[in-house]
Design a protein around this ligand. Structure first.
Ligand code: NDP
Length: 296
């Protein structure tokens, strides 16, 4: 029969539309447009592309988008001062500082300076802590997007065995917390996990967030598992190719027997920006003392 392909691109487009459709009611209630500020330091081409697509997506959803481009020599203090200005700006509901930052700037110090109420990336320790204790939090966009895809596919996740491979603060750890919040039995695996293949074989849900091309082989996946592949890995260009192919952390071609799987590209990737817009609208409601709309 073959695995169902989870179309993250279509789901993300639907979410962006849903957010866009809810903006006018917010404007009506508050007299202002929800605003997202994105800060980029230095000239990383991948980050520039990403920042531009955030800008386009926010504008398309009817939000105000503010971009702050700062040279690579910007000091940590200078960047923190910019974040503090954005914290104080009532037109800004979400602040995102594009990572990675240049080596002389401590990511943690900059993230700590963001008002947790505007931390739409969900990286501030206050939001990480709230997620861990099961309180309302702004949750990192990529894992929240993965959870949306899983719930769309499976409905109630209670009691399912979930294995998350990778324990970064950005993807793996918040993913594990979210799945625990849905009453899954969660295993968080990493580079020191013994017998990883056997651990993954137990899983009804596999979330791969490692950054190693096709590391998770087809025979690690049990029949009927649902597989979310967060990895984005560019292979070396083959003769005749301008750029190498993009592949995930899962050997997609070997996963015909699973129930459903996200492709790379076109799976998790497009969810991140859509959830960023969702988080910005949720933050805007909370800051205005309004209840966030249902079903977001
Ligand atoms: P990190 O490099 O921060 O974390 C990688 C994790 O994988 C670590 O916890 C590491 O373990 C674990 N790991 C490394 N090697 C192995 C191994 N051999 N076996 C088991 N675990 C291993 O990566 P991120 O979480 O930031 O990103 C992961 C992937 O997801 C990347 O490909 C990235 O490009 C992609 N990504 C995609 C996004 C999107 O779609 N929008 C957003 C964010 C990331 P340990 O902790 O022990 O070192």
């Amino acid at each position: 029969m073959g695995a169902t392909i989870i179309d993250g691109k279509a789901f993300a487009a639907g979410l962006r539309e849903k957010v866009g459709a809810l903006v006018p009611a917010f404007v009506e209630a508050t007299g202002r447009i929800p605003g997202l500020a994105v800060v980029l330091v230095g000239e990383d081409p991948a980050s520039e592309i990403y920042v531009r697509s955030k800008d386009r997506a926010a504008t398309a959803a009817g939000m105000a988008s503010f971009e702050y481009w700062r040279p690579a020599e910007t000091s940590e203090q200078g960047l923190i001062e910019l974040v503090e200005e954005l914290n104080a700006d009532d037109n800004v509901d979400g602040i995102l500082v594009q990572l990675p930052l240049p080596d002389h700037i401590d990511d943690k110090a900059v993230i700590a300076a963001i008002d947790p109420a505007k931390d739409v990336d969900g990286f501030h320790v206050v939001n990480a802590g709230r997620l861990a204790v099961g309180e309302d939090a702004l949750v990192p966009c990529t894992p929240l997007g993965c959870l949306m895809l899983l719930k769309d596919r499976l409905g109630d996740l209670a009691g399912l065995e979930a294995v998350v491979v990778g324990r970064s603060n950005i993807v793996g750890k918040p993913m594990a917390q979210l799945l625990l919040g849905e009453n899954c039995t969660v295993t968080l695996a990493h580079s020191r996990t013994r017998d990883l293949a056997d651990v993954v074989r137990r899983a009804d849900i596999v979330v791969a967030a490692v950054g190693r091309p096709e590391m998770i082989r087809g025979d690690w996946l049990k029949d009927g598992a649902v597989v979310i592949d967060v990895g984005i890995n560019r292979l070396e260009a083959q003769p005749g190719e301008k750029r190498g192919k993009l592949v995930g952390d899962v050997a997609f071609a070997e996963a015909d027997h699973v129930r459903a799987i996200t492709p790379v590209p076109g799976g998790v990737g497009p969810m991140t920006i859509a959830v960023l817009l969702r988080n910005t609208l949720v933050a805007a409601h909370a800051r205005a003392g309004l209840v966030p709309p249902e079903g977001l």
